[in-house]
Design a protein. Structure first.
Length: 445
């Protein structure tokens, strides 16, 4: 059984693919900021960052914690959260106390359930139907104030989509999507069915869906909506029933789940006299130099915040237009990914060896060795995994590169619903492996 380190929280005011739910023998052990996970490279803390929004002070505080208590790097997750690795076994109390002071722990009982992704460019480029930041603030407050919501799994996910369809495509348990007519759509899991509701009531509807999920999941072992007996459909039906019974307006419809695309990398033109810069972190990792380059830019020339994306990228809003191009060059100079043609674009991996005992290979090193100079347009994302758990893999269509016990890798294409296409190739030759990955990513093949 995986060892856990219990961190004592500071005094505070009142305020993967999971295994089959039917056969779970223990509670949700998803790590957090107060419950640390013991890995081969030390303890791991996962800091929830609702909507991926960090103030500059919070971002700099996390860098300091990583340097003083961990391995010096920050790791972004596929939910726009931050992980600290290489932590000492006795650092839990100090870690919790400092994160509380930084405003990253508004409720110790809810810190693992504040899982919210949001459209990273919402309110910045004029393309969304509405700015979802008010939804984000309201939903986080509702979740932290709900005793029932504290019982959610650390894997349960909310998504707030501003209408462009980016995070609606991620398969969250509860999704709110803005409509051009001013209303909102509520989606459960990957259902095509949606409930049209007043936009001002949307955060309340999302919390209702979460609490109804808990009532339906009791005794089933389900941590996600899709794991409920009967799947997500009974949850959707019960949420709609309760919403209507409360006398609130609701209209049912069908809207297919979009394919969705991450924010383009580079300069994102704003509606005023400022732009945003969108960059990627190679394999989702940032050392102190790269992280400081982002925070310095946000403090000196931006809006004073970073937005972490579910695609392991960072958006810096509010950069003066006459400084944007030069600032982007400076970020590229420290190794950040600043364009969609970079060989790092769309490449992800679990931590692999030596950090994870379950991994069969140094997948991050092998992923770096297999890079090609340029990727074709619309190349499929690729995820390298050290074991069958495939931690952090993307949704939708993607290339699965899985380490095997023989020292080789299996390469296959995964389509929506988890269907793997043939042929599946096994290779332990580095050049042949790079060729196989490149061919699988190419949409023309």
């Amino acid at each position: 059984m995986v060892g856990m380190l219990a961190a004592m929280p500071p005094p505070a005011p009142h305020f993967a693919q999971p295994d089959d739910a039917r056969f779970r023998s223990r509670g949700d052990a998803c790590p957090g900021a107060l419950r640390l996970h013991r890995a081969d490279d030390g303890a791991l803390a996962r800091v929830r960052v609702p909507g991926g929004v960090l103030t500059v002070d919070q971002a700099e505080g996390l860098r300091e914690l990583a340097g003083e208590l961990g391995d010096g790097e920050l790791y972004l997750t596929s939910r726009g959260n931050v992980q600290l690795r290489g932590l000492g076994a006795e650092c839990g109390g100090e870690l919790a106390s400092r994160m509380y002071e930084m405003g990253l722990l508004p409720s110790e009982r809810h810190e693992r359930v504040r899982n919210v992704v949001a459209s990273p460019l919402s309110g910045l480029d004029g393309l969304g139907a509405r700015d979802v930041r008010p939804w984000l603030t309201a939903l986080d407050a509702l979740v932290c104030a709900s005793e029932e919501a504290a019982g959610l799994s650390g894997r349960f996910l909310f998504a707030l989509d501003d209408g462009r369809g980016d995070v609606d495509a991620l398969g969250a348990d509860v999704t709110l999507r803005a409509r051009a007519d001013g209303d909102a759509e509520l989606r459960i899991g990957a259902l095509d069915s949606v409930a049209r509701i007043p936009a001002d009531e949307a955060p309340r509807a999302a919390l209702l869906a979460a609490t109804v999920f808990l009532s339906l999941a009791a005794g089933s072992g389900a941590w996600r909506a899709a794991e409920l007996p009967g799947g997500a459909k009974p949850l959707f039906a019960e949420v709609v029933r309760r919403w209507g019974a409360a006398g609130l307006p609701v209209t049912l419809g069908t809207v297919p789940v979009p394919e969705g695309t991450p924010p383009a990398l580079g300069v994102v033109t704003g509606s005023g006299d400022t732009d945003a810069l969108s960059v990627g972190l190679p394999l989702g990792r940032a050392d102190a130099v790269r992280w400081r380059a982002l925070t310095d830019l946000a403090r000196d020339h931006g809006a004073g915040e970073l937005r972490l994306t579910p695609w392991r990228g960072v958006v810096v809003p509010g950069v003066r237009r006459d400084r944007a191009s030069g600032a982007l060059d400076a970020l590229e100079a420290v190794g950040l990914v600043t364009g969609d043609r970079s060989p790092w674009t769309g490449v992800g991996a679990c931590v692999g060896r030596p950090g994870c005992a379950k991994s069969l290979a140094d997948v991050q090193g092998d992923a770096a060795s297999a890079l090609r100079p340029r990727s074709p347009d619309r190349a499929l994302p690729v995820h390298w995994s050290g074991c069958e758990r495939r931690c952090g893999h993307p949704g939708g269509a993607w290339v699965d590169v899985l380490a095997g016990p023989d020292g080789g890798y299996r390469v296959s294409v995964v389509r929506d619903g988890g269907r793997r296409e043939e042929p599946v190739r096994v290779t332990d030759d580095p050049a042949a492996l790079a060729d196989a990955v490149a061919a699988a990513r190419d949409p023309r093949t």
